[in-house]
Design a protein. Structure first.
Length: 286
């Protein structure tokens, strides 16, 4: 049993490496070059390779099987491009754990994921306000700016605060310049939702009877005019904003999402990790 009374399970036959990650089998072929070292993290590499698809936990209030959806951000956060199932990835995780007063075993277990998630969430000014019990007032709608058609998804009328809209335009243009795959897809990173009035969101969450669920919130970040939903494609049979695990996993492996993870902070945007498409302008650059 772990914190909060939730029992976490790693569904891997013969693998029980949670915690100190001792006594596991050898690492096998985890990767090449620097990512294949050091062998001291071979057990952690095995754990991570399994946990990314089989760890049963609830990081955002819904049971999930593994953290593969979050793997691109995890790698970025701990500072490695090594494959998840490599000793190099585990070593980077261990360094992050040590820097954050956690047991540096190198495995992304629930405690480590929770600490990383807290860092991600605290980077969102809206979340910090909500923790303080504040629901921000909406902006003057007359002052909102319309996202240009070239940057909106299938003609959607998306409005944002002017500075956020200009930052979004710069970011989309930079992504198209940087990656031919993004430039070749006219819908990649286009905005399909921005400002939503509190009245609109309240009516929708009431109609769906989900006012404090994952999909709807009584106080949504979209009321600020600083949150924008960006098209990242969709898995077959899903919508661009489907929170189904299969769709989210598809989206985090697109060139657009990978570029955003690496570069969005340069333009002042941060992501809500549960929704790959959801980005918020902070007004700050690192």
């Amino acid at each position: 049993m772990l914190a909060g009374g939730m029992e976490y399970r790693l569904v891997v036959t013969g693998l029980a490496c949670l915690g100190a990650l001792s006594g596991c089998a050898g690492a096998g072929r985890a990767g090449a070059g620097a990512c294949a070292r050091p062998q001291a993290f071979a057990d952690a590499a095995i754990y991570n390779a399994a946990a990314q698809t089989n760890l049963v936990f609830d990081p955002f209030g819904r049971i999930e099987a593994g953290w593969a959806v979050y793997a691109p951000r995890l790698g970025r956060t701990v500072g490695t491009a090594c494959p998840v199932g490599s000793p190099g990835f585990a070593r980077a995780v261990a360094r992050w754990q040590a820097a954050h007063q956690l047991d540096p075993h190198g495995g992304v277990d629930p405690a480590t994921f929770e600490a990383i998630k807290t860092e991600w969430q605290d980077a969102r000014p809206f979340v910090r306000l909500r923790k303080a019990g504040v629901c921000p007032d909406p902006p003057d709608e007359a002052r909102l700016a319309l996202v240009p058609p070239a940057d909106s998804w299938r003609g959607a009328e998306v409005r944002l605060q002017p500075k956020a809209m200009r930052a979004l335009k710069r970011m989309i243009a930079a992504a198209r310049r940087a990656d031919p795959r993004i430039a070749a897809d006219p819908e990649a990173m286009t905005a399909f939702s921005g400002y939503r009035s509190p009245a609109y969101d309240a009516a929708r969450c009431a109609a769906e009877n989900n006012c404090e669920g994952l999909a709807r919130a009584a106080c949504s970040s979209h009321r600020t005019g600083l949150a924008v939903d960006l098209a990242l494609g969709a898995a077959p049979g899903f919508n661009v904003d489907s929170s189904a695990d299969a769709n989210r996993l598809y989206q985090v492996n697109t060139p657009a999402y990978r570029w955003l993870v690496a570069n969005a902070r340069r333009f002042g945007f941060v992501n809500y990790a549960f929704e790959p498409w959801h980005w918020e302008w902070t007004g700050r650059r690192p």
